[in-house]
Ligand binder design. Sequence first.
Ligand code: PHE
Length: 342
Amino acid sequence: MEIHEKIKEIEAKISESLKNVKLSKHLQEIKMKFLGKTGEISELMKGMREVPPEKKREVGQLLNDFRTRTEKQFDELNAKLKEKELEARYAAETIDVTMPAKKAESGSFHPNTLIRNELVSIFSGMGFEVFEGPEIENDYYNFTALNTPKDHPARDMQDTFYLAPDLLLRTQTSAGQIRVMENKKPPIKILSPGKVYRSDDDATHSPMFSQMEGLVVDKGITLCDLKGMLDEFARKVFGEGVKTRLRPSYFPFTEPSVEVDVSCFECGGKGCRLCKGTGWIEVLGAGMVNRRVLEGCGVDPDVYSGFAFGMGIERIAMLKYGINNMKLLFEGDTRFLKQFKD
Ligand code: PHE
């Protein structure tokens, strides 16, 4: 077939194919059909081998022109399509600034954390420093050094999880008292928050809970200092006008030992359901550090004295926020938790 005719034929095919192209990627596919390595124009050019030598120049010229022309045609159309596509994309991505904003959900602190932070802030204001002891303790720190040797009946006060004969999950943050006194000379004023473990489980007890321990050791510390400091704590946590009272109690590591009550912040002391009609609510255990404990840590009990206190953080949270079931503090239900905001 005459070369002119072939070119015309292909040209017709090209314009037929280009009639309805709307997308640049389709254009690319069509381009490959004609100009790709095995495309129709390329095939046509391969036919150059059979062209007699005297015609080669002329035919070659024709084919080259044809190819260049076609390439240009595709390139121009491609540029047009690309521009349209970009415009469409910009239109689709336009931001409607009048749309209502998505609500940003913010988290909230767990009630335990709120109480812990509040206590740390109250006691830091009185000069206490925070010390965090290990949750896995040995018998010495959790019991023996706290004047509770192996055969001591007070061991039964706390059912202990043992990991090995001499390794246990601490049952009280009081273990930290010993670690501090061993490492620091008085004056000592520390606050020690942390998790503790006891094999106990009911509506008001959990096998894991949190305590806040306080320890003050210096010359001339008395029960009066403890009482004064607790009054301040009670007012700040439960409200102005809340008083404290000390009742005699027993802990092996304090002597004398006391149980501390706060006047009922719900009824102001008249008697209600919260305070079970007594006007008082028990909040923590405390006492003067036992001489034997001081001695064991190398602190001279004839020169120094001190007081210690320990409270359950969950208990304080339940009282302060009116939570009636301790399990709510461990279940992680966000419907419960998001009610607590700073
Ligand atoms: N460790 C005691 C308990 O867990 C509380 C306490 C701490 C009592 C410090 C006195 C002094 O019950």
